[in-house]
Design a binder for this molecule. Sequence first.
Ligand SMILES: Nc1ncnc2c1ncn2[C@@H]1O[C@H](COP(=O)(O)OP(=O)(O)OP(=O)(O)O)[C@@H](O)[C@H]1O
Length: 394
Amino acid sequence: MAAIHLNDLAHSYMAAPSEDADYAIRRMNHVWEQGGAYALLGPSGCGKSTLLNIISGLLAPSEGEVRFDDRVVNQLPPEERNIAQVFQFPVVYDTMTVYDNLAFPLRNQRQPEHKVQSRVREIAQVLELESLLERRASNLTADEKQKVSMGRGLVRDDVAAILFDEPLTVIDPHLKWKLRRKLKQIHEQFNITMVYVTHDQLEASTFADKIAVMYEGRIVQFGTPRELFEDPAHTFVGYFIGSPGMNLARISLETQGVRLGEGDSAPLLRLPRTLLATLSERNGDLKLGIRPEFVELEAAALERSETESTEHWLSGQVTLVQDLGTYKVVDIDIGGGCVFKARIEEDAAIPHGRVRMRLPARWQRFYLDEHLLDVLPASAEVTDDVVDDKGGVA
Ligand SMILES: Nc1ncnc2c1ncn2[C@@H]1O[C@H](COP(=O)(O)OP(=O)(O)OP(=O)(O)O)[C@@H](O)[C@H]1O
């Protein structure tokens, strides 16, 4: 068992990389603590498999080091790293029985046969493979084979970590949920570090205590599902996590607030002076982000807190309402080229025509060059109750 440290790690598949874009893994420092259940989440091509292969030793990084606790393992071949890797497609020996497949890693270590037997039976029980032990692996279904693959990773009691590279891709949707729960249970039972690669946010958040979100070869945020939802550290996390993703609008500063979007119709969102002063100290591309769950349409907003009654209203035109079963997503064109999405309850009245909406200060997030700014949430300091020139009411 070990914590996995990635120190100044970078990797390029090119012989002579010269710029950031030439790297599949851009310089990073990261620690996977011993015993954690982690997900590595990101879109296709962001570098997830490259990172796993570097940890397991299938790939030598072009820069930096991988340490298991205090030991640098860069030069160690995969078989000496005590890392188990489960791939997208099951790796089993078709001609062997399930029992012999599970026993294989232990027999390789020349463990006594009575130990092999007790460990294989223990793992078979956990994975519900007991009734299949005498079957030839070639006769198994895809999900049974994948369970055998996982079992081969789990059977050794000296593994430092198990890396799962999209292991449920070949599994029927109704079995995915079951297997995911099984993995979680195994994690609790065996206290093994697990890193689970996926591009599916639901899969990541049901498996992991902490999620590393990868984007263009970098881990842009490492946090709990809740942290990723409430405080996305990067606009990519805001956009990628959530259904639908975060509303993001480019902003420009004015004396009383910020303009959302661009052009003559860009609406003004009034902000407290202290916040405006802080924003004005930053040079770069500024954006406002707010999750659709927190955008309040007028009817709902009026029912809620009166303490926030001084907050700013924006008006806009409903352009689309999508009914997604348990909730609805409303598109509101507020001008300036900005269409904000609001997520409303399934039984809420369907808004149409012109509506007013509020972006509660507590949930406004500000980004500079795509990175979250550490500014206090805007409090209800905006006091002048005036109608601005674009129809918003402050
Ligand atoms: N063997 C290779 N040679 C050259 N480039 C590669 C190689 N393997 C991956 N890449 C490139 O490195 C980048 C990261 O790929 P990687 O497979 O690690 O991403 P990923 O996040 O695992 O994607 P996916 O979810 O599609 O598997 C991509 O641009 C990919 O094209």
